[in-house]
Design a protein around this ligand. Structure first.
Ligand code: BGC
Length: 736
């Protein structure tokens, strides 16, 4: 449709019809029978049968046959034949589940995430979906927050690259194209800054930090053309995001230039009442509309109030029109007026869902995301040596996340299955060792699961079996980790340690065999002090997805060489949180080994995280030469080039992510002690050396100034090139 046709359509619609377009309900209102009958107004939300019948979109339901039926029935009565939109959280894969976004961040390979997003879009599109609520572009610094698993980490630059790549992967050049879906950048804004890592908590941050650290990734997703943005649950500057006019109109629309559909998070407009901001539903409706929120997800705030408010003259109908026009434009952008079923196709579901190509991609992504944290030469496992694979992740299919809502655990390849296909049965031993968690452990997420009760006797038996295996083998691989329902939404944890039952197993095995490699699973950085001190090797596999078992065995066996780099620091312990590499400089920085008493440090622990951002080992070794600049003065018109020689000094081929950091030594606003400004992944054969060049230009040195500008300032900079954020391999230049 042309813009003119959309406007004509808008003018033909009744006020009620318009307001219904602004309502989103869940698919649970439809009975899963052949006719997809609406369950009627038996709901708690106060939605009428009419609201339900004409709601402009639904969320959380997939399946080609099912969505086609719902659309067909909807169009039979929708007065203007305006098709319904189907949305769902396709976060890191649909049925083929890719590694969690935090892991994808560790691949330092946004192009790979783009491929994963495109594959997810294809599976989603044939299942009848039009929109995914991804990517989550929230910057994260606090591993207590369960949703760090859904972010690509603590760095604004890295997050921006991933937000862009994922939007491009989902949408392609045009979301109307076959097998593409619209992307929704979320959660605007600063949801990741929840105080104390407790989900939904207040985000307390300065406007400077908002601009410098939190907004860039949302901006990148928006600039990549994301069709939607979602509001966050938290307050920003004391006002809930969903009713925050300044945030949504001044920042999102005017400053970031977003002109797509702004959707609230689940019931977030309604919750502004609980926040103590809106007086009642009518007030919430007025405030959210005023802020420019177009769709009310799962509450009756808009549908029960907007018509009346307009009729009473309390709300301008023009505001409703503005929102509805954006919704109609989105439906049009997806081509739904011409083809309301888009790619929904049961045959396509059979062909593409979990196809060999997607599984291979999932395996590659899981392999590239894993981070080798420690290796005293124990990995890869020596060929023909005997090995005991022990731990609750041996046979667990819980390698997806609580957010892979369309994914099936049964499709996951376990570590044991993968191992059995490659390891010699004569010298490989397998044992569960212990339950995943102890009884009574709290879980959250979109799956019903309770920790299984294991009797003491059974637990003793599991341990004995594990110790027998550990004694017989030369090497033990312990497959440990958080349960997959211990991270994700509403899954904050104050103690970021491995489940105690697993630590007990670790300590018992350590008594009989100290050749321990730990493969770790989970959705967040954990406190790994004891593990990293005692184990000879530690491989962080995250929640690697459907092909997790195969990827882990590829890495342990040396078929693949780890190349991941942490996208989020692993704190020394929880007392250090939030800890991130790009902190601002203090006036009293601690210099390790220094004698000064009054310094910014802890008396009892180091300032440094256990493993910093950008860190990750390989089975080979690399050296990076001192940095050489082609000039040491940079001007607005003349960029400079920094180069290093990177050499593989080990015995196997490997990939290194060579990282460029810059520090602005003095500025009108205090700058971080280091900021990632670029990286290149280089594959080198043993003995091979290659020159890596980075171009540094003036725009890379810009920052958010005190007067709300974005500019660079002349002065001295330190430039670092190395293998992680702790690198000291540096040189200086001037910006003139
Ligand atoms: C989450 C969003 C999600 C939405 C719809 C909310 O609880 O915060 O990230 O997209 O539900 O499922």
């Amino acid at each position: 449709m042309t813009e003119k046709q959309l406007l004509d359509l808008l003018h033909e619609m009744t006020l009620k019809e318009k307001v219904d377009q602004m309502l989103q309900i869940t698919g649970s209102f439809y009975q899963k029978d052949a006719n997809e009958v609406l369950t009627g107004p038996e709901n708690k939300l106060g939605l009428t049968a009419e609201d339900l019948r004409y709601a402009g979109s639904i969320l959380g339901t997939a399946g080609a046959e099912r969505l086609k039926k719902i659309q067909e029935r909807y169009l039979e009565t929708q007065p203007h034949k305006i098709p319904m939109l189907f949305m769902m959280d396709i976060i890191h894969g649909m049925k083929t589940v890719f590694p969690i976004p935090l892991a994808q961040g560790a691949s330092f390979n946004p192009a790979l995430s783009k491929e994963c997003a495109a594959a997810a879009a294809k599976e989603a599109a044939v299942s009848g979906l039009h929109v995914t609520f991804a990517p989550m572009a929230d910057l994260v610094r606090d591993p207590r927050w369960g949703r760090v698993m859904e972010s690509t980490g603590e760095d604004p630059y890295l997050n921006s690259l991933f937000a862009r790549a994922m939007v491009e992967g989902f949408q392609g050049d045009d979301p109307k194209e076959p097998y593409r879906i619209a992307a929704c950048v979320k959660h605007f804004a600063a949801y990741g800054a929840a105080e104390a890592g407790r989900d939904y908590n207040t985000a307390e941050l300065s406007e400077h930090t908002l601009w410098e650290s939190y907004l860039p990734a949302y901006r990148a997703g928006i600039e990549a053309g994301a069709a939607l943005v979602m509001t966050s649950f938290n307050t920003v500057n004391g006002i809930p995001a969903s009713t925050n006019r300044w945030l949504m109109r001044d920042i999102l629309r005017d400053e970031l230039g977003f002109d797509g559909v702004l959707i609230s998070d689940f019931s977030a407009i309604y919750e502004t009442i609980t926040h103590g901001h809106a007086k009642d539903k009518a007030d919430a409706a007025q405030k959210a509309l005023d802020a420019g929120v177009d769709i009310d997800m799962m509450s009756d705030v808009y549908s029960s109030n907007l018509c009346r408010l307009v009729e009473e003259g309390a709300v301008e109908e023009a505001l409703v029109d503005e929102a509805v026009l954006r919704i109609l434009r989105l439906k049009n952008r997806l081509g739904l007026f011409e083809n309301p079923y888009k790619d929904a196709d049961p045959e396509g579901e059979k062909r593409y869902i979990l196809c060999a190509e997607h599984r291979a991609l999932a395996r590659r992504a899981a392999t590239e995301s894993a981070v080798l944290l420690k290796n005293d030469g124990l990995l890869p496992l020596a060929p023909k040596s005997s090995v005991a694979l022990i731990g609750p992740y041996l046979r667990s299919r819980g390698m997806i996340s609580s957010w892979a809502i369309a994914g099936e655990l049964s499709d996951c390849v376990t570590v044991e299955e993968a191992a059995k296909s490659v390891f010699d049965p004569r010298n490989t031993y397998y044992a569960d060792g212990c339950p995943m968690v102890s009884e009574g452990t709290a879980f959250a997420g979109f799956r019903e699961e309770t920790p299984c009760a294991v009797s003491e006797e059974k637990q003793g038996e599991m341990l004995r079996e594990a110790l027998d295996a550990a004694k017989q083998a030369e090497t033990v691989v312990l497959l440990l980790g958080e349960h997959y329902l211990q991270s994700g939404e509403a899954a904050s944890r104050a103690m970021i340690e491995l489940p105690e039952v697993q630590m007990e197993l670790f300590r018992e095995v350590y008594k009989v065999n100290q050749n321990i490699a730990v493969a770790l699973f989970g959705g967040r950085p954990l406190d790994l002090r004891e593990i990293s001190r005692k184990a000879k090797a530690v491989l962080e596999a995250w929640l690697p997805g459907t092909e997790g078992g195969n990827a882990v065995i590829d890495l342990l066996s040396g078929k693949a060489n780890p190349s991941g780099k942490l996208s989020m620091s692993f704190p020394y312990c929880v007392g250090q949180v939030p800890v991130h590499y790009n902190m601002d400089s203090t006036g009293r920085p601690w210099i390790p080994g220094g004698q000064d008493r009054c310094r910014s440090r802890y008396l009892d622990i180091p300032n440094e995280p256990l493993y910093p951002f950008g860190y990750g080992l390989s089975y080979t070794e690399f050296t990076v030469s001192p940095v050489v600049l082609d000039r040491d003065v940079l001007t607005k018109d003349t960029p400079l080039t920094a180069s290093v020689l990177v050499k593989n000094t080990g015995t196997v081929p490997g990939v290194e992510a060579v990282q460029l950091y810059i520090r602005d030594e003095y500025a009108s606003v205090v700058r971080p002690i280091k900021e990632l400004k670029g990286f290149q992944k280089v594959r080198l054969a043993p003995g091979e050396e290659r020159e890596i060049r980075f171009t540094i230009d003036e725009p890379m040195l810009r920052f958010h100034t005190a007067d709300n500008g974005f500019s660079s300032e002349t002065g001295r900079f330190t430039l670092y090139v190395g293998q992680d954020s702790a690198t000291e391999n540096s040189t200086c230049f001037e910006l003139a």
